[in-house]
Design a binder for this molecule. Structure first.
Ligand SMILES: NC(=O)c1ccc[n+]([C@@H]2O[C@H](COP(=O)([O-])OP(=O)(O)OC[C@H]3O[C@@H](n4cnc5c(N)ncnc54)[C@H](O)[C@@H]3O)[C@@H](O)[C@H]2O)c1
Length: 337
């Protein structure tokens, strides 16, 4: 019998998890949501069994792992109980909106020996993974400066933003917690932890919400790299560019063009590595496979719980900087304990 995965929260991203975990052919699914219309849709579209109450779901059959795709303010409580039930956890980003319960979650994870991964799905983008591997090979030396420029037209790509958690920071909304967190995680995955940052952010143009849709952050990593982040959620092009300037050359990722490139000191142009276009479900199937591998004690490149905690610290520092209009040191909770 295939292991049972409980997907808690089957809205926009939870439904994708249901579909893509099924596509691995390696598990069965129970879809859980508090909305009955969603449960009916999951049963009809995917033929999965359903549950309206995630606590009750543990009582019917042993659950191997839990995918937590509710709004971020409920992730930690659900994860803590999942570990108590002996389950592995894949938790959507951001892990949390504050530090409450994170030290306890880290302790529970270590005691349980179960896998806890954070669903920073950019880890499954081959362009980013290849650029990271190249940088970490050391060929170009230390990265001294990096820049991320990204954005998309949210009304086109996520028209439901007005109705969901996104409109409210207290539920995980706004550009910093919802979108920029993917970038801070990707940059920390490549460059290591952030030490300090200065953040400016505001609402500029996204209709029908007041949360920030535009963010600028300048940061320093613990290893001394300067990193700048620029993100909007109203711009026309759907683009993501990462530039990494190292001692002996530069590396660039252009995700919207499915390529990464390198330019060594002395080269007159970039050497590009073009990769096949990626369908969004493909990344999620790869993420599901990687998670199931990690649950079986195989190595994986998924974001760890400590990385997820660091991203929460990054977001909190960004809010503190916004409030104080000053640079902020990242709280020590961000370091692996
Ligand atoms: N990795 C990504 O690319 C990505 C993309 C979008 C959203 N997300 C993250 O996924 C999470 C969910 O986002 P979304 O866009 O799917 O939101 P959504 O509002 O579309 O879906 C959330 C679902 O959770 C359900 N829910 C809420 N509380 C519940 C509970 N106690 N028990 C069971 N179900 C419950 C809601 O009814 C809803 O259907 C957020 O943390 C968000 O940041 C990640």
């Amino acid at each position: 019998m295939l292991p049972l995965i409980l997907v808690i929260g089957c809205g926009s991203i939870g439904e994708r998890h249901v579909r893509t975990f099924l596509k691995t052919g390696r598990c069965r699914i129970v879809a859980c949501d508090t909305r009955t219309a969603i449960l009916a849709a999951m049963a009809e579209r995917y033929g999965v069994s359903t549950a309206a109450d995630w606590r009750a779901a543990y009582r019917t059959e042993p659950v191997h792992a839990v995918v937590i795709a509710t709004p971020a303010n409920s992730h930690v409580v659900i994860a803590q109980e999942a570990l108590q039930h002996g389950c592995h956890c894949l938790i959507e980003k951001p892990l949390s909106l504050n530090l409450n319960g994170l030290a306890e979650l880290r302790a529970a994870q270590r005691q349980s020996g179960r896998t806890v991964a954070i669903a920073y799905v950019q880890h499954l983008r081959p362009e980013i993974a290849a650029a990271r591997a190249f940088i970490r090979s050391g060929q170009f030396g230390r990265v001294c400066h990096a820049a991320v420029v990204t954005g998309q037209h949210f009304p086109t790509f996520r028209p439901a933003y007005r109705e969901i958690y996104y409109r409210d920071r207290a539920q995980g909304g706004g550009a910093i917690q919802d979108a920029l967190t993917h970038m801070s995680n990707a940059m920390e995955w490549i460059l290591g932890p952030t030490r300090s940052l200065y953040c400016d952010a505001t609402h500029q143009a996204l209709p029908d919400v007041e949360v920030e849709d535009t963010v600028s952050i300048i940061a320093r990593t613990e290893a001394g790299a300067m990193v700048s982040y620029t993100l909007t959620q109203f711009q026309a092009p759907n683009e993501l560019t990462i530039l990494l300037n190292a001692e002996r050359g530069s590396v660039k990722v252009e995700l919207h063009l499915n390529r990464w490139g390198q330019c060594a000191l002395g080269d007159s142009d970039w050497t590009w590595h073009d990769l096949p276009a990626v369908v969004r479900d493909t990344m999620f199937i790869a993420q599901a496979d990687a998670f199931l591998n990690a649950c079986a004690d195989q190595p994986s490149d998924l974001a760890t719980l400590d990385e997820g905690i660091r991203c929460v610290c990054f977001n909190l520092a960004a809010f503190r900087s916004l409030q104080t209009k000053a640079a902020v040191e990242i709280e020590p909770m961000g370091s692996p304990g």
